[in-house]
Structure formats: C-alpha cells, structure tokens
Design a protein around this ligand. Structure first.
Ligand code: PAF
Length: 285
C-alpha cells in the first residue's frame, strides 16, 4: 500500500494510475477504522481498479466544544487493517497540508436546506465542514467512484446534493450499516462507551426496528410513534437529540402519502453521540 502525506506525490501517483488505464475509488474516513470502514474498502475494490482511502480528522466539521482533540487516532492499527483488505493507497495529510496555516481563511462549500435539519441543527457548521473536505478530496483524487457509509445517512444525501450541484462526475456508493451482533451500529465513537453502555445502546436499533414494524402494520401517526420511541430511549437514561420519521429522499417530516421512509436518530449515550437509521419502503396499498 502506498502511504502518502502530501498532495503533490498523491496527484503524481494518481496521474500515473489513470494513464495506466485504471479506475479510482475514494474512501474518505477520519481513521480509527473498524469493520464498517473495511467494508467500504471492500466495496470500493469491487467498483474500481485502484482504491484510495484517506484518513483525516477534519477540524472544520467539529464545533468548538466537540471531541476534535479526543477523537481516537490509531494510525498504526489503521494501516495494518487497510493492508489486510488490500487497499492500494492511504492518504494521511496533516491539517496544514489541507488547510494551510489559517483554517478561518478557508473557502467553504455550503449545501442549502438539507444541512439545516437534524444533525445540521444540533451541530452548526458541521455539514459545511464535511462538504468542504469532501469537495477538496474529490478535486485532489478525482475518483470515478466514492464510497460512504449509510450510518451517516444525512451526510450521504448532503454529499449527493453537492456532487450533483457542483457537477462532479463521480458515482457515489452508499454502503449498508455494519452492526455489532446485538444491533449497535459500528462507530468510532462506540470506543468511548463502557460495556454496560455498549449493551444498553442496542436499544437504539431495537427502537428503530420497532417503529418501522408499527408503520408497516399501518400505524401512520408519525408524531405519536416518534414520541413513543423518544420516551422509551429517555427512560433508559439516554438523551435523544432527535428521532424523526422522514421522507427518505428529502428528509422532510414523513407524510401519509410517502412510500420511501428513513427513520433518523441521534442519541447521547454517556460520552458518545450515536447516530443510527433504518430505511424502508411501504408497498402501495
Ligand atoms: O463520515 C466521515 O467519517 C467524515 O464525515 C468524512 C466523510 C470522512 C469527512 O470528514
């Protein structure tokens, strides 16, 4: 695996790769890789000849009181894991390589509407930071395909919108959430949880499945269903940021006419803010 920290050698390697007729897939990450990330690389390998994974803990997407400094950095382990799945290239730039010396002077990318909802409401500036770094990586790597996990469902839609609006000629691939045996979605932030919190956090996915089941059985009283799930999670001692039944394409509050749904949730469990979702389709009545 090529391991590169600077933009120039990355561009040179990728120019050679393209000239050799190979297609390129990009897998952007913030490191602390788990089986979910490795699945992204595996899927990327089925979509292109040459896979570039990036590890960059992007300061622009963290708020002033968030966990930027504490975010787990495990480069040695990450390199071993990427090697085990035959990743072709790892790009691990320093913050100054990406943003120069003054982060506040950086031009940024704003995606309207979608970014005002849910995580965008709770984490102002977060999606601007995500869209900016993904845009930069798209320009640096110029991949044919880019692969993202669907645990960050809202993020995926934001990136889809940016890709379309800014005319990137890149196929986006969303990969299904990978879970622990008891259902908890894999996340780098699970690492902050103790054993008891890890076990209890399985209730998040159970609640999503329970509400999905009720909707499929014909209960379309979405506000009551949301309230029920929030109550159940609150009773366990979690702090629910949102639990929202939405149209899967627009992320607007679901209506009775919708057929494609996603239920999005963000829940604070001890030290970790955990995201999860389920997406499903209702058959036409
Ligand atoms: O999903 C993530 O890990 C990050 O938001 C991403 C897409 C790598 C951008 O920093």
């Amino acid at each position: 695996m090529h391991t590169i920290s600077n933009k120039r050698p990355l561009r040179e390697l990728l120019t050679d790769t393209r000239q050799a007729g190979q297609t390129i897939a990009l897998v952007p990450t913030m490191g602390n890789l788990h089986a979910g990330h490795l699945q992204l690389v595996k899927v990327a390998k089925t979509k292109a000849d040459f896979v570039v994974c990036t590890i960059f803990v992007n300061p622009l997407q963290f708020g002033p009181h968030e966990d930027l400094d504490a975010y787990p950095r495990t480069l040695g382990e990450d390199i071993a894991k990427l090697t085990s799945v035959d990743c072709d290239c790892l790009f691990i730039p320093a913050v100054s390589e990406i943003y120069g010396s003054d982060l506040s002077a950086q031009s940024t990318v704003q995606v309207p509407e979608l970014t005002n909802l849910y995580c965008g409401k709770s984490r102002p500036g977060h999606f601007e930071g995500v869209a900016t770094i993904v845009c930069k990586l798209f320009n640096l790597v110029q991949p044919n395909v880019a692969v993202f996990g669907l645990k960050d469902y809202q993020q995926f839609l934001v990136i889809q919108k940016m890709t379309a609006d800014l005319e990137f000629n890149i196929d986006l691939v969303g990969v299904a959430i990978q879970r622990e045996a008891h259902g908890l979605a894999l996340s780098s932030r699970n690492r902050y949880l103790n054993d008891e919190q890890q076990q209890k956090a399985a209730l998040i996915y159970q609640s999503l499945l329970d509400i999905e089941k009720r909707i499929k059985k014909g209960n379309l009283d979405f506000s009551s269903l949301e309230a029920l799930a929030v109550q159940r999670l609150d009773d366990t001692g979690f702090k629910v940021d949102y639990f929202s039944i939405c149209n899967a394409n627009t992320l607007r509050a679901a209506s009775k006419l919708d057929r494609e749904f996603v239920i999005l949730t963000a829940v604070q469990v001890g030290p970790s803010r955990l995201l999860d979702n389920v997406r499903f389709t209702l058959d036409k009545q």
